[in-house]
Design a binder for this molecule. Sequence first.
Ligand code: AHM
Ligand code: MG
Length: 338
Amino acid sequence: MVKHTATSVVTIDRFIIEQERMHPAATGQLSDILYDVALAAKLITNKVRRAGLVDILGALDSENVQGEIQQKLDVFANETIVKAMDHGGRLCAMASEEEPELIPIPEQFRCGNYVLAFDPLDGSSNIDVNVPVGTIFSVLRKITRGVRGELEDVLQPGRRQVAAGYIIYGSSTMLVYTTGHGVHGFTLDPSIGEFLLSHPDIRIPTRGRYLSVNDSYEQHWDENVKALMRRYRGLDGQQKAMSVRYVGSLVADFHRNLLGGGVFAYPSNTQSPNGKLRLLYECNPLAFVVQQAGGSATNGVQDIMDLAPTELHQRSPLYIGSKDDIETAREFLSRKVA
Ligand code: AHM
Ligand code: MG
């Protein structure tokens, strides 16, 4: 990696170019995908930042008064990403949490060698209460032979991702991504409309401070999950208690734990045996990011990135974060349930 000092101003575009130059065989297609993701992130930021103003401004805006229905932000984010990405000639198909089927590239556009899976606005129910939300994305190489992408191209294990990351729309907007050469974070400077390198080579501490889990499901957890949570909370006297922090917005919880260390867990429970989170565009991309930062991710039994997906919207239990804390999860969750 090209070393930048703390005072260098490095835009995301320059960083992507520098990374590409280090791989002489690179065609530039992946770089173009990342540029387009960054552009979509700026457009979505703009809209998210005005979320609370919609009703006030809407009342002053004649078009809105005449009954134009405000588009929901998650629908807007979905369309923004599709429109930013579909014509670049780099992708052969897309998959989104917002759309039941594979999203084809329109006939009039060329197809490329990659597929993109994304959650356009995760945690969007939090918008109304001004809590951070995020976009999560995963890029895979096409494996089928035809020109257009097929379902099989998206249904690949996370281990085959070539890039992944997320955008957090928080007190500032940040884009964090990996192409398998470390994890790098960029903060959007709204005054110049540029993402600037702010967190080069992020490393997650091997043990963490934070535990993020929704323990209102405790009554539905199996005994192993209950015992694991007691361990994390220091209740069995075997380790220092972790601090519980749960925003309920995956990107926000993950981002905090990536920087400060810790675990995010969404276990299976008797009501949802596969938890809630989606493998292709929530678990896999964050698993790639955390692995590149020195952490790991499991469903309790297998590494997240080794799971072989069979469905576009399949769910998986998720334990993700600091390496040693996830090792503890593996230990507890592999025990035979009495
Ligand atoms: P969504 O994709 O419908 O927004 O749901 C995903 C969100 C995550 O951001 C968050 O981690 C989780 O749901 C919270 O779920 P719960 O309220 O069950 O704890
Ligand atoms: Mg989601």
